[in-house]
Design a protein around this ligand. Structure first.
Ligand code: SF4
Ligand code: SF4
Length: 104
């Protein structure tokens, strides 16, 4: 039996990396220094928690997450933020992201 994950191909998509605001945590940034270099640090007084420490989408002059490559793959896949790891293909948000980007 196929699962929703089988039905949606992330390798030719990347819609969720350019639709909703994406934040990395302090732990994410400690594991992947590029998050500190290329993301925008959220001011302490605006943070709800350390889970929202760096904004990586949207960013000025970029139409996608800072780490989405032209081939729609993630440049920091092995050390991507926890929120990206938890984002499930076939979830309601996945389907909404694909709809917004015109991906069937
Ligand atoms: S929108 Fe869905 S199918 Fe596309 S990359 Fe994200 S999780 Fe994968
Ligand atoms: S870090 Fe990678 S997986 Fe996460 S939104 Fe950016 S490009 Fe997508």
């Amino acid at each position: 039996m196929s699962s929703p994950i089988d039905k949606y191909d992330c390798t030719d998509c990347g819609a969720c990396c350019q639709c909703f605001p994406i934040f990395a945590s302090e732990d994410d940034a400690a594991k992947e220094p590029k998050i500190q270099e290329e993301g925008i640090r959220v001011d302490n007084f605006l943070r709800k928690s350390n889970l929202v420490a760096y904004r990586i989408y949207p960013l000025p002059f970029l139409e996608t997450c800072a780490f989405l490559k032209e081939d729609k793959l993630c440049r920091i896949y092995d050390t991507r933020p926890e929120v990206c790891r938890k984002f499930l293909p076939g979830s309601d948000q996945c389907i909404e992201a694909r709809r917004r980007k015109g991906i069937a």
